[in-house]
Design a protein around this ligand. Structure first.
Ligand code: DP6
Length: 325
């Protein structure tokens, strides 16, 4: 058996995945649209070995445990079943994200694991099959498989995966991430999904998604931030509306979050072309063009944001020829 290393970037969704129609298969309640983030990477090496008594998984040099380990082992089992092998695996993974910022992402983790593990098991999956496999590990991971800007849609296990809508080089859209807090979030996205249908606003958001998807898709194709941005802001606020009205409610915002959410529209009124989106956490992702990113970063810092990460569009998951062990 070979050893294989894969690199993946996390992604930021402009139209979000929040709520599932199938929790086992990670089938989403609605299609989502995203961009990979070049500035952040997960590197993962996998080797299947006959001499290992048990799977061994480390992340940033620490052994993984608990529910996070169980998710990785279930994913290794999927790969073993596909390859028809029963060897145990040695998995080492490393993130270059600033520690404790809430940016650590299951998307890049399961995209990299899917490619490294299938190659290590001797399998060659095409992009669609790899995206479908990554989805079973974590839904948003399917969008980190193709490069650039991706649409995740499809009806069932076979057809639900992400396709590229434009390559990374298509548009120099930039995500300026305001890291407003290093607090650990109480409920991760993986557990949050199941609360979504309990919100009275759940159906209302799903009814509005097709319109936002159409605008965001046209905005990307036409490189028009003033088409993409309003759709991204509206859907992020709608998703957080669903979160806030779930039982129990999910309130991810911190004081610093609100400061940025209020500042971004003010900056727009002053003529700066910038919009926001948010995931299941307190950080605010400010979307602008590359030429504006330094100005946005400066304004965030003057607002008191302690840490800022700037990223353009990233590539898809890929193999590299160095190993973590
Ligand atoms: C708010 O992909 O983390 O970031 O499929 O259960 O692993 P699982 O969930 P996950 O959910 C991501 C939710 C989100 C929105 C998005 O990225 O679309």
């Amino acid at each position: 058996m070979e050893k294989a290393t894969a690199v993946a970037n996390p992604n930021i969704a402009f139209v979000k995945y929040w709520g599932k129609t199938d929790e086992e298969l990670n089938l989403p309640a609605n299609p989502s649209l995203s961009m990979n983030l070049a500035a952040l990477t997960t590197v993962t090496t996998v080797e299947f070995r006959r001499d290992l008594p048990a799977d061994l998984v480390t992340v940033d040099d620490r052994p993984l445990a608990g529910p996070a380990l169980a998710r990785v082992l279930a994913h290794l089992d999927r790969v073993r079943a596909l390859a028809g092998i029963d060897h145990k695996a040695w998995v080492a993974s490393r993130n270059d994200f600033p520690a404790g910022t809430g940016l650590a992402s299951s998307a890049s983790a399961f995209a990299a694991l899917s490619l490294a593990a299938t190659r290590a098991a001797g399998l060659w999956l095409d992009e669609a099959a790899l995206s479908q496999l990554a989805r079973l590990g974590s839904g948003s991971a399917c969008r980190s498989v193709p490069a650039g800007f991706c649409l995740w849609e499809g009806e069932d296990d076979e057809t639900s995966y992400a396709r590229q809508v434009a390559p990374a080089e298509h548009w120099n859209l930039t995500d300026v991430v305001a890291i407003v807090s290093r607090e650990h979030k109480p409920v991760g996205s993986h557990d949050g999904h199941s609360l979504a249908p309990g919100s009275p606003f759940y159906a209302a958001r799903l009814a509005a998604v097709p319109g936002w998807l159409a605008d965001a898709g046209r905005g990307i194709r036409q490189r028009n931030l003033d088409l993409l941005g309003p759709a991204a802001e509206a859907d992020a606020l709608a998703m957080h509306g669903v979160m806030l009205t779930s039982q129990p409610p999910l309130l991810y915002w911190e004081g610093g979050t609100l400061a940025v959410l209020k500042a971004v529209p003010d900056w727009r009124r002053e003529g700066l072309d910038v919009y926001f989106t948010m995931d299941a956490g307190p950080n605010v992702h400010c979307l602008c063009l590359a030429a504006t990113a330094a100005e946005v970063e400066g304004r965030l810092r003057r607002l008191g944001v302690p840490e800022v990460v700037v990223s353009g569009p990233g590539q898809g998951v890929r193999l590299v020829d160095h190993y973590l062990f």
